[in-house]
Design a protein around this ligand. Structure first.
Ligand code: M6R
Length: 606
C-alpha cells in the first residue's frame, strides 16, 4: 500500500522524488520521506501526514544529492509518526519498503541477540538493520542486500541506498510490484508506471524473487535462483498530463463528471460505432463454460455482484461471487469448465491477486477486468480486458466502477451469444441502449443540485440505510460503501426484501433510508418495503424515474429523478446518484474527500 520511488539522476533529486511521491500518494498518506546521497553522505528527511508536510520540511531543511529514494506510507506496523516513517536508516544503509515482512519478529530477536537496538515499531527497520549487520561483517552493499532479502518472508518491494555510493541502488521484489525505468544516463525505480511516467516511458517490471542492481548506465537483474535474468523493456503509454483536477475541487468530482466520456471510450474500443460488432472475450467460448467464479474486493466486488444478475438472467450462466480475502483461504473446489473472472481497478490488490493465483491451473481459464493494463492481475490472466477509465486518483472508486460494469455487461452479451440465449434483435437492443448510456448519464449528472440538497440533509445523520432489490441491491451496497468511506457516516445496505427480517428494527425518525428503485418489474415490491419504512417514520430518499416518482413519491422525505434507461443498465445509471450523494455529503461535512482517513487507493497488503 506504500509507494516507492528511486532515482539515480543527473540533477538535484529531491524535487523529482517529491513530484513522483505526489503521483504515488494514492497508495498511502500517513507519512512520507526521502533519502539522498550527497558528496558520498547518506541523509534523509521525513514528515508525518500528507506529502505537503514533507515538501514544507524540505523548504526549511533541504536535501541535496543526485541519487535518492522516496516513500509514501500507509501504516501497517507502527503508528503514523516521524520515527516510523521511511526511509529507515541503519548505519550506511537506507531502505524504503512496500508490503509486510512477516518474519520480522524472529529477525528482530536474532539481531537483538547480537546487541542490535531498535528505534521504531516497524517491520522495515529490521531490513535496514540486517543489511547494516551484514555490511559490518565485511559484505559489500550488494552482497549485504542480497543476504538480507534471502532472509525475508512475506510480500514486499524494497529499495536500498548506501552511504558513499551515489551511483548504486538495489531493488528487490517479492509479492509487491516494482518497475525499473530507463532514462538517458539516468535510472529509476518505482512502485508503478504512473510514478515513472514523466521521467521515462521505458520500463521493465521485476518478477517474483528478482533483485536488481542499478547504476546510472546499467541494470543487472537476477531471478529468484540468482541467475541473470532479462526482463522485457516495454514502452508504456500513460498520459501524465491527465493526472490533475481539471478545474474541479476534488479528483472525485472530476472522475464522476468524466463518466460519460470514459464509458463512451470503453464502448468505442469494444464495439465501435459501425455494425461490425466484436464483443470482448475473443478466444473465449462461453458455450464451453458451465459456471463462472468472480472474485474481487470493495467496489469491484459490487461490480461482480451486479454482473452475477446479468450473467444469470441474460446468458443463463451460473455465477458465484466472493470477496477475495475470504476466497483465497477457503480453498473452494473449482469444478471443470469454470471460468475464473477477477475484477480490479488497480490490478494490484493483494487478495485478488492471491485468489487469481489460487485458480491458476484449476480453472479452465482466467480472465480479468482491470483498469491498469500493465498490472500484475492483467499480466497473470489468460485474457485481460481493460476498462479504459483512465487514471483514477480519488480513493473512492467512481468511474472505474461504471466502466467495470460496462465491460462486464459486454462480456455478458458475448456469453449470451455463445450460449444461444440472445438473438440478433436482443443483441441489437442491448447495444443501442449501451450507446445511449453516456448521454443518459449526462442527464443524471445534471441533477447535481438536487443531490447536493439531499446530501445537506444526509450530512447530519448518524446512520443511513440503503435499500435495493434485484440488480439494485449490489448498487445499494456500493452506495453505502461510498457514503461511509468518504463522509464517515455509518451506512448499511440491505436487499429490500430482507428488511423485515431484522434490520427494520433500526428504522426511526432519525434514520434516512435511501431507496434505489427504477420503475422496473420489481418496483412494486420495493415500494411496499419503502412503505413499511415510512410507516415507522423512516425518512425516505427515493431515487427513481419520472414514472416511478409519479406512482410512489407521496410522503417521501426527498425524491431524486433519474432519466429512463433500459432496465438492464439501471445499475450503471443509478451509480451516479450514489456517488454524488456521498460526494456532497462529504463536502458538507468537510472531510478529506480524495484521501479519506485510514484508507489507501491501492491495497497491496492483505
Ligand atoms: O483496485 P481494486 O479495484 O482491486 O480495489 C478494490 C477496493 O480496494 C476498492 O474498490 C475500494 O473498495 C475503494 N476504496 C472503494 O471506493
Amino acid at each position: 500500500m506504500c509507494g516507492i520511488i528511486g532515482v539515480l539522476g543527473n540533477n538535484e533529486v529531491a524535487p523529482i522524488l517529491v513530484e513522483a511521491l505526489k503521483r504515488l500518494e494514492y497508495r498511502g498518506y500517513d507519512s512520507a520521506g526521502i533519502a539522498t546521497v550527497n558528496a558520498g553522505t547518506l541523509d534523509r528527511r521525513r514528515a508525518v501526514g500528507k506529502l505537503v508536510n514533507l515538501s514544507d520540511l524540505l523548504v526549511h531543511d533541504p536535501l541535496a544529492g543526485k541519487a535518492g529514494i522516496g516513500h509514501t506510507r500507509w501504516a501497517t506496523h507502527g503508528a503514523p509518526s516521524v520515527g516510523n516513517a521511511h526511509p529507515h536508516k541503519a548505519g550506511p544503509v537506507a531502505v524504503v519498503h512496500n508490503g509486510i515482512i512477516e518474519n520480522f519478529r524472529d529477525l528482530r530477536a536474532e539481531l537483538a541477540e547480537n546487541g542490535v537496538g531498535f528505534e521504531t515499531e516497524t517491520d522495515t527497520e529490521t531490513v535496514a538493520l540486517l543489511t547494516h549487520h551484514h555490511m559490518s561483517q565485511g559484505d559489500t552493499p550488494v552482497e549485504a542486500a542480497r543476504k538480507t532479502v534471502a532472509r525475508l518472508d512475506g510480500a514486499f518491494a524494497l529499495a536500498f541506498l548506501f552511504d558513499g555510493q551515489d551511483n548504486l541502488m538495489v531493488a528487490a521484489r517479492k509479492g509487491s510490484p516494482l518497475a525499473v525505468g530507463y532514462g538517458a544516463g539516468e535510472m529509476y525505480i518505482g512502485s508503478d508506471a504512473i510514478a515513472l511516467s514523466p521521467l521515462t516511458d521505458r520500463i521493465s517490471y521485476l518478477e517474483e524473487g528478482d533483485i536488481a542492481v542499478i547504476t546510472r548506465d546499467s541494470v543487472e537483474i537476477t531471478d529468484a535462483n540468482g541467475t541473470i535474468a532479462n526482463r522485457e523493456v516495454r514502452t508504456i503509454q500513460i498520459d501524465a498530463t491527465r493526472i490533475d483536477k481539471g478545474g474541479h475541487k476534488h479528483f472525485m468530482a472530476k472522475e464522476i463528471a468524466e463518466q460519460p466520456g470514459v464509458i463512451g471510450q470503453a464502448l468505442q474500443h469494444y464495439i465501435g460505432t459501425g455494425s461490425d460488432i466484436t464483443l470482448p472475450g475473443k478466444g473465449m467460448d462461453f458455450s464451453q463454460i458451465d459456471r463462472i467464479t468472480m472474485v474481487a474486493c470493495g467496489t469491484a466486488f459490487y461490480a461482480c455482484l451486479t454482473a452475477k444478475y446479468w450473467f444469470e438472467q441474460i446468458a443463463r450462466l451460473p455465477v458465484e461471487v466472493d470477496v477475495a480475502s475470504e476466497f483465497r483461504y477457503r480453498e473452494p473446489p473449482i469444478p471443470d469448465r469454470t471460468l475464473a473472472l477477477f475484477v480490479s481497478q488497480s490490478g494490484e490488490t493483494a487478495d485478488t491477486l492471491a485468489a487469481l493465483r489460487y485458480c491458476d491451473g484449476k480453472a479452465s481459464s482466467i480472465a480479468s477486468v482491470i483498469n491498469v493494463p500493465e498490472s500484475s492481475i492483467a499480466r497473470e490472466s489468460d485474457l485481460a480486458l481493460p476498462i479504459y477509465a483512465g487514471v483514477e486518483v480519488g480513493v473512492a472508486s467512481t468511474k472505474a466502477f461504471t466502466c467495470q460494469l460496462t465491460v462486464l455487461f459486454l462480456l455478458v452479451l458475448k456469453a449470451a451469444r455463445d450460449r444461444g440465449t440472445l438473438d440478433d434483435a436482443g443483441l441489437a437492443a442491448h447495444l443501442d441502449a449501451l450507446r445511449a448510456l453516456p448521454g443518459v448519464i449526462n442527464v443524471a449528472l445534471g441533477k447535481n443540485d438536487a443531490m447536493r440538497a439531499a446530501a445537506r440533509k444526509l450530512s447530519t445523520a448518524r446512520d443511513v440505510l440503503f435499500l435495493g432489490r434485484g440488480q439494485m441491491y449490489p448498487l445499494a451496497l456500493e452506495g453505502a460503501l461510498k457514503l461511509k468511506e468518504i463522509s464517515y457516516i455509518h451506512a448499511e445496505a440491505y436487499a429490500s426484501g430482507e428488511l423485515k427480517h431484522g434490520p427494520i428494527a433500526l428504522v426511526d425518525e432519525e434514520v434516512p433510508v435511501i431507496v434505489m428503485a427504477p420503475r422496473d418489474a420489481l418496483f412494486d415490491k420495493t415500494v411496499s418495503n419503502m412503505q413499511e419504512v415510512m410507516a415507522r417514520k423512516g425518512k425516505v430518499i427515493l431515487i427513481s424515474d419520472a414514472e416511478g416518482l409519479g406512482e410512489a413519491s407521496e410522503g417521501v422525505w426527498t425524491s431524486i429523478e433519474m432519466p429512463k434507461v433500459a432496465d438492464a443498465l439501471t445499475p450503471i445509471l443509478y451509480a451516479i446518484p450514489a456517488q454524488l450523494l456521498a460526494y456532497h455529503t462529504a463536502v458538507a461535512k468537510g472531510t478529506d474527500v480524495d484521501q479519506p482517513r485510514n484508507l489507501a487507493k491501492s491495497v497491496t497488503v492483505e
